[in-house]
Design a protein around this ligand. Structure first.
Ligand code: HT7
Ligand code: ZN
Length: 879
């Protein structure tokens, strides 16, 4: 497949202004008729009309009602001599939705029809200029069997409906907003809806609907509440109202991602939509709230203002992730609950994006080239993109950022634009700001891949009473980018004395400031500092960098106990743990936690004021992927052994504290997924898992028994799954009967059975048992590669999230990976290429893993009929 280059962008030679689409829906053979109003784009040279189309069966093509000569060239329908003036183009083709296992375009799932058009799925429905800068007004007529498909939905407003002969019926939908084809959607099926009418600030009435399969209706209350909260928030925070009379959300079980923001008709993976206390965990409730919000926020950031081309994807995705993160923080309420949100986001960034940024798939937030755009819906475009947006806000302030957003919409509403347009709007709304004066350098965040390293060194001059902080930055080479220029890095910071009191940083008495590092090296001098301070740098994780501040354990303890910034308190706790794990790994010695460290952790756990959610985060050891990131040569087995040893020692040394913690964090009364209750449940679950782990080592049977009892009696999924995980992760004997019971209890609930698979595939490896179990589970009657949630629950859990089970000295994990990637590729290339990414970082592995992993990647790459999706991943890995 050709490599598409960002700098080759050209406007389309034609515009399609209006489309009348009609669908005669049938799973085996759907007839699509498209009547387009086309006009030449006089800004570009004269040329043929090339329409995109894949897997289509063309029946006819007419221009102004008459036959036209055309040719098919690869995935394009070429009309060499279209009229010079505006013309009507009619295309009729058929498609086979029931054969569409790739889940891109129009497909069937559970007997209903759904579409997924982002990024390039519309061309699998009909021939079109399937690119985001071609925006048209759509009118859609749907015809289908009335008994099988009573609900017929598309974007916009329902303008007509009625019955037809042969038991069929029809509906006509009109969307007044011009939109790119990737936002088009159709749903048809036997669905039911939760409905709610809301009135926005402007006094307008809107109908909100959440459509799901019969039987799932009671699991939609949380999604509906989340949608209402999102509408209220976007209007309050950014002044952005709901612009549609009707806003629909639909759930589907077979879906490649979390959800899709089609204009007025969002389509959701049921895993990102359905929740009840009995079947969904606190984490599920939080994730659903944030995804519902994310898709809703796209209505402005993505739909009203869209991307000129797919290289600008972060324009909508980075910005919308930032908006959903801000929303979740605002919903969380207290400062401490906000910090918990921030910590979780940063943990996610470090676990997924940092490895991406230092591996074979490293790419800038605005990539320069791709062969398959679906491969660039990445943690870099989404999560790092969001951090870039956060840095705008840090540099211009919250009010300044809101003014920038206002200007962005004033300038670009209804347009398809670029990341440069966004940057310019924020800068122009804040003249003279730290951003506006460095805009070109700031934009390197879009063009340079790799995570910058920031080294900090402080020196106190007792005589001069000054503290000089030297900051230096360096961004490592990434594929295709051997050298980098300095980035603009906002470093939010403060200074503490050695008792933890905040020091004044300037004559005004500020205790916190933003340093702007924009050179390779810079010094910042603070006056009137009497004694050596402890610097608290990069507060709130103010930039997506790796910070090396060289702080001693003593200094980290000061930060952990006293920093006013909760993020840095958490960070200090993690650094203390990380230092110990890295020290053992580098020395090749068994890990031994010191009494100082244990005491510090005990102090956190028993702290009278800290929230349970914060304690749970601080007492959870750094993840194995993040630890691997700190090492030049990665031995996944050694990392796992060190983490298990640390966990075992923490479990045993704090046994009594864990027991007290477990008891004091029980919740009386009904279930609510609020931050305080979910924090308590998370901490109780951590305590329980530590107690069962410790019991395994000592031979005690009381805590495994208690865990089993709790598992049986639990009144919500968070407690039930927590107890089950405690048994499974510790390898307790009661794990097996509990797993069997869980399966029997939830055998009819696909989303819960996904958890059952994932839990087993993610369990800590011990003598190859987890790998063997995961492999055996591929033969389980409930396992299928056709459903992405199910496939991911086993394959991604094992290959991407369980390094010690996956990276085996006998290469069994790699052989399994290759087999599964090839099998999935034949069904669903987007899903296969996600799983293929488990090997992105093969080159940093220690031997014997490295050679065996490379060989497996090469074996997959040698297959002649790979999808473009998987080919791009494996070839980048081998480059
Ligand atoms: N904008 C959407 C991204 C998307 C997608 C969703 C479902 C299936 C395939 C997809 N390809 C791209 C989701 C979002 O970011 O909101
Ligand atoms: Zn998005």
């Amino acid at each position: 497949a050709p490599l598409i280059q960002r700098l080759d962008y050209q406007q389309p030679p034609f515009w399609i202004r209006k489309v009348d689409l009609s669908f005669d829906l049938d799973p085996a053979k759907t007839i699509v008729t498209s009547k387009m109003q086309v006009e030449r784009n006089r800004a570009v040279p004269h040329g043929p009309l090339r329409l995109h189309g894949e897997e289509l069966n063309l029946l006819r093509a007419l221009i102004n009602g008459a036959g036209v000569s055309f040719r098919q060239e690869g995935h394009e329908l070429v009309i060499d001599n279209p009229p010079d003036d505006d013309f009507a183009l009619e295309i009729r083709n058929t498609i086979a939705p029931e054969k569409n296992t790739a889940l891109s375009g129009l497909y069937t799932s559970g007997g209903s029809f759904f579409t997924q058009c982002e990024a390039e799925g519309f061309r699998r429905i009909t021939y079109f200029l399937d690119r985001p800068d071609v925006m048209a007004v759509y009118t859609v007529t749907l015809r289908a069997d009335a008994a099988k498909y009573p609900v017929l939905l598309s974007n916009g407003n329902l303008t007509d409906s009625g019955t037809l002969e042969n038991g069929r019926h029809f509906a006509v939908w009109h969307d007044p907003f011009p939109k790119p084809s990737y936002l088009f959607a159709v749903v048809a099926g036997d669905l039911v809806a939760r409905e709610q009418r809301v009135r926005t600030r402007a006094g307008k009435d809107h109908l909100l609907q959440v459509f799901v399969r019969r039987g799932d209706l009671e699991k939609t209350e949380h999604a509906m509440n989340s949608l209402i909260a999102s509408i209220v928030w976007d209007e309050a925070r950014f002044g952005l109202p709901l612009d549609l009379e009707r806003f629909m959300v639909v759930g589907v079980s077979d879906f490649n991602m979390g959800a899709m923001e089609n204009k007025g008709l969002n389509i959701f993976n049921t895993a990102a939509l359905l929740a009840s206390p009995a079947t969904a965990t606190d984490a599920d409730f939080a994730r659903i709230e944030s995804i519902v919000a994310h898709e809703y926020f796209h209505n402005w950031t993505g739909n009203r203002v869209t991307c000129r081309d797919w290289f600008q994807l972060s324009l909508k995705e980075g910005l919308t992730v930032f908006r959903d993160q801000e929303f979740s923080m605002d919903m969380a309420g207290s400062a401490s609950a906000r910090a918990v949100c921030r910590i979780q986001d940063v943990r996610q960034l470090r676990a997924l994006q940092f490895p991406e940024d230092s591996g074979a798939m490293a790419h800038p937030v605005r990539p320069d080239s791709y062969s398959e755009i679906n491969n660039f819906y990445t943690a870099t475009v989404y999560e790092k993109g969001s951090e870039v947006v956060r840095m705008y806000q840090t540099l211009v302030g919250r009010k300044g950022f809101e003014a920038g957003m206002k200007l962005y919409f004033e300038r670009h509403d209804g347009q398809a634009v670029t990341c440069d347009d966004f940057a310019q709007a924020i800068a122009d709304a804040n003249p003279g700001s730290a951003l506006a004066t460095r805009l070109d350098a700031f934009k390197r965040w879009y063009s340079q891949a790799g995570t910058p390293r920031v080294k900090a060194h402080g020196e106190h001059d007792a005589a001069a009473r000054t503290y000089t902080l030297r900051l230096a930055q360096h961004t490592p080479a990434t594929p295709g980018q051997p050298t980098k220029l300095p980035q603009v890095i906002p470093v939010v910071m403060g200074l503490l004395d050695r008792h933890g009191a905040a020091l004044a940083l300037n004559a005004a008495g500020d205790t916190e400031t933003v340093l702007v590092l924009d050179q390779a090296e810079q010094t910042f001098v603070f006056e009137n500092i009497d004694a050596e301070p402890v610097p608290s740098l990069l507060r709130g994780f103010s930039a997506p960098v790796v910070l090396d501040d060289g702080l001693s354990d003593a200094a980290l303890l000061v930060l952990m106990r006293h920093d006013s910034d909760p993020f840095n308190r958490w960070e200090a706790s993690q650094r203390l743990a990380l230092n110990r794990i890295l020290h053992a790994l580098r020395a090749g010695q068994p890990l031994q936690l010191s009494p100082v460290f244990i005491d510090a952790m005990r102090g956190l756990l028993n702290h009278p004021e800290l929230d349970a959610a914060f304690k749970e985060l601080a007492l959870t050891l750094p993840g194995e992927a993040y630890i691997a990131e700190q090492l030049d040569v990665v031995d996944p087995q050694a990392i796992h052994a060190a983490v298990m040893a640390a966990q075992q020692q923490l479990a045993s040394a704090l046994r009594d504290d864990w027991a007290a913690t477990f008891e004091t964090n029980q919740i009386a009364g009904g279930y609510t997924p609020d931050p305080v209750s979910s924090g308590k449940r998370a901490l109780a679950n951590l305590a329980l898992s530590m107690l069962v782990l410790d019991a395994q080592a000592t031979g005690d049977t009381v805590w495994p028994g208690k865990a089993y009892q709790r598992f049986k009696d639990a009144s919500n999924m968070t407690d039930r799954l927590g107890a089950l995980a405690a048994l499974v992760n510790a390898g307790a004997e009661l794990a097996q009967p509990a797993l069997e019971r869980f399966h029997a209890l939830f055998k009819d609930d696909a989303l819960v059975i996904d958890k059952w698979f994932a839990l087993q595939a993610r369990a800590p490896e011990s003598e190859g048992r987890v790998f063997a179990r995961a492999k055996a589970l591929t033969k389980h009657a409930d396992f299928t590669l056709k459903n992405p949630n199910r496939a991911r629950s086993l394959l991604s859990s094992l290959c991407m999230f369980n390094p010690a089970a996956f990276h085996r000295a006998d290469a069994g994990g790699y052989v399994f990976w290759a087999e599964q990637v090839l099998a999935v590729d034949a069904i669903n290339p987007q899903l296969a290429s996600r799983i293929a990414r488990a090997m992105d970082r093969w080159s940093v592995l220690a031997e014997p893993y490295r050679s065996a992993a490379r060989e497996a990647v090469a074996r997959v790459a040698a297959k002649p009929d790979l999808s473009t999706d998987v080919r791009e991943i494996v070839e980048r890995a081998l480059a």
